[in-house]
Design a protein around this ligand. Structure first.
Ligand code: PLP
Length: 393
């Protein structure tokens, strides 16, 4: 207990996770060294099979990273120069850089304040201004699915494919209980070490149902090679590393337990903060009539399942940095995702058409707290005490 009191509460649980799994991970690595199929070894097809089963898709194709997964999905749909792709401005950089690197234009759309996600309604309004719309790219931000059914309908209405960036949402489910990434034409995942299911290096996955798209994603990740020395497209070199596949496969049997632990931690925070006067993110952040200016993430209604890649709260912008400093003094790590909207990034200055108020307020008000499966009961109580201590609640 004393040691725990003195130690920091980390934002990610990698150290504890790897301590607990060391024998399994070492055996997985030894297995790859035994056959030395570092690129193309049997672990890759096995993980792809397991991952497709987890997602409820026909297939999964491994690749070098989540960033490449988004690029490969868009390239497989032949998104190219001059095309427009709608995506949220409040997301990780890679969602939009994939569009830009294909020569296409990311059309930055705003988000819904309660869920931090792009909605079909917002995307429909953005589509009205497009002349060469080729795809819509919603993101399941922080581990909460965007409205997959709504996007499916929007895709049919607009006659464009939906590509899902589910990098943060492995094993989350949507409002119909279907798995993140599985309802889009192509779903993209990251297995970056700090994601909910992480490798010990870079790795990613694309999932889908159409076998022709599977073959194209696979070929594009091998320079566009379709066999017999023939290159149909100019692709990239982005294959899943066998060591990473073996490690992720060793972790996969633990994923559900970790997801339940994250969800349990979230319920604990929700209840503790609500008892002190917090309300949820569907309410305005600043309102002097409410007891505590802290907004906890609005949980989706079952069967939707939030997997809490991040437990994000909103606090008044002018107090966020002071809260972060206070948490750091209490030994509690926190994080800001994302400090700027993508429409405010210098590299996208030529793409911007107008202010995105919800994205900008989210950038100023959002703070993420430790939620990982390795948090102890004492650590999560320390997080609550430190947050409430700041507000004097
Ligand atoms: C992490 C992430 C990616 C990129 O994944 P990498 O594996 O880091 O390349 C893409 N989109 C989102 C929303 C992410 O969170």
């Amino acid at each position: 207990m004393t040691a725990e009191r003195e130690s920091r509460v980390p934002l990610f649980g990698l150290a504890a996770e790897h301590r607990s799994l060391a024998p399994e991970i070492e055996a997985a690595i030894a297995g790859v060294f035994a056959h030395r199929g570092f690129v193309g070894g049997p672990e890759i097809a096995r993980l792809e099979g397991d991952f497709a089963a987890l997602c409820g898709t026909e297939w999964a194709v491994g690749c070098g990273s989540g960033s490449d997964a988004v690029w490969l999905a868009l390239a497989a749909l032949e998104v190219g120069p001059g095309d427009e792709v709608i995506c949220p401005a409040f997301t990780f950089f890679a969602t939009a850089s994939a569009i830009e690197r294909l020569g296409a234009r990311p059309v930055f759309a705003d988000i819904d304040r309660a869920t931090w996600n792009l909605t079909p309604e917002i995307a429909r309004a953005a589509a009205a201004d497009c002349t060469r719309l080729r795809a819509v790219l919603p993101v399941d931000l922080f581990g909460r699915c965007a409205d997959a059914a709504g996007f499916e309908a929007l895709g049919s209405e607009l006659g464009v494919p939906i590509v899902s960036d589910a990098a943060q949402a492995v094993s989350a489910t949507d409002g119909d209980g279907r798995t993140a990434g599985s309802r889009a034409l192509l779903g993209c995942f990251s297995l970056y070490p700090t994601k909910n299911l992480g490798a010990c290096g870079e790795a990613g996955m694309v999932v889908g149902h159409d076998p022709a798209l599977r073959d194209r994603v696979r070929a594009l990740g091998q320079h566009g090679h379709v066999g017999d020395g023939v290159y149909e497209w100019v692709g990239i070199n982005s294959r899943l590393d066998a060591l990473q596949a073996a490690i992720v496969r060793a972790k996969l049997p633990h994923l559900e337990k970790w997801t339940l632990a994250r969800r349990e931690n979230a319920s604990f925070y929700d209840a503790a903060f609500a008892a002190a006067g917090a309300t949820t993110t569907d309410r305005p952040t600043a309102d002097p009539d409410w007891r505590l200016p802290l907004r906890t993430p609005l949980p989706p209604e079952a069967p939707a399942r939030h997997v809490y890649h991040h437990y994000a709260v909103r606090v008044p912008a002018e107090r966020r940095d002071a809260l972060r400093r206070h948490l750091a003094e209490c030994g509690v790590e926190s994080g800001v995702y994302y400090a700027r909207g993508l429409h405010q990034q210098p590299c996208f200055a030529h793409r911007v058409r107008g202010p995105l108020p919800e994205t900008e307020s989210a950038c100023a008000e959002t703070l993420v707290l430790p939620i990982h499966a390795q948090l102890s009961a004492g650590q999560r109580q320390r997080v609550v005490d430190a947050v409430l201590g700041f507000f004097d609640a």
